[in-house]
Design a protein around this ligand. Structure first.
Ligand code: PGA
Length: 251
């Protein structure tokens, strides 16, 4: 049984005091649920959020990390620093990192290993651009991103990570994948894990959908057989909207 995961990626939004306001309000609104809730604020809010979330059952995650343990990497943040702030999860290979910052598949793979090495659970983001979808290349792109992202990892490490299918054309555009597009991609990813690793690993791994998830479309996406949660960007910035999405797990 895969527990649903509802994650809010704030991207470059909210100062540390705005984070405090959000969490205070969100805690007063969020319904009882067996779903796992994950907040992913910017680096500057992690420490404060980590302190506020302690004992609430809500998990904390970061948006990125550097693959090296330490060193002369101005502006970068290591996996160990994230753990120290209370992070349990970290996004790896988000499409904005790939397309705005030019991250390549091999760097994504190195970040994944660095996260797992300190016990952080990576959320590996994969997804095709609009032109790749139009060219019928969706599965080829997913395969390339999964192959290079997960190369060299032990099957037991993969059961620990979360996958997020995020079609690039649906992120921040207001255009959500249809139920069948989201289900087909999630099922394809699960099939890939079953084929390459094992049936039990494929059955256990959680696969999220992300891309213009809103309170009014979340429950439909969460009801899909192979979609085990959602990765929410814009709509996670509002505490009541995000609490409504959590309520959409229907539990
Ligand atoms: P969005 O972002 O919900 O604003 O489309 C999703 C994401 O980037 O994870």
């Amino acid at each position: 049984m895969r527990a649903p995961l509802i994650a809010g990626n704030w991207k470059m939004h909210k100062t540390s005091s705005e984070t405090e306001e959000f969490i205070t309000r969100f805690l007063s609104l969020v319904p009882q649920t067996t779903a796992e809730i994950l907040l992913i604020p910017p680096y500057t809010s992690l420490d404060r959020a980590g302190r506020m979330l302690r004992g609430t059952g809500i998990a904390l995650g970061a948006q990125d990390l550097h693959p090296e343990v330490r060193g002369a990497f101005t502006g970068a943040v290591s996996a160990e620093m994230l753990v120290d702030c209370g992070c349990r999860y970290v996004l790896v290979g988000h499409s904005e990192r790939r397309h705005v910052f030019g991250e390549q598949d091999d760097l994504v793979g190195r970040k994944l290993c660095a996260a797992l090495a300190v016990g952080l659970r990576p959320v590996l983001c994969v997804g095709e651009t609009l032109s790749e979808r139009r060219d019928g290349a969706t599965e080829r792109v997913l395969e390339r991103q999964l192959d290079s992202g997960l190369r060299g990892l032990m099957p037991n490490a993969i059961a620990d990570l979360v996958m997020a299918y995020e079609p690039v054309w649906a992120i921040g555009t207001g255009e959500t994948a249809t139920a069948s597009q989201a289900q087909d991609a999630a099922a394809w990813i699960r099939g890939w894990v079953c084929d390459r690793l094992s049936r039990s690993t494929g059955d256990a791994v959680r696969i999220l959908y992300g891309g213009s998830v809103k309170p009014d479309n979340a429950s439909g996406l969460l009801a899909l057989a192979d979609v085990d949660g959602v990765l929410v960007g814009g709509a996670s910035l509002d505490p009541s909207g995000f609490a409504q999405i959590v309520a959409g797990t229907g539990i």
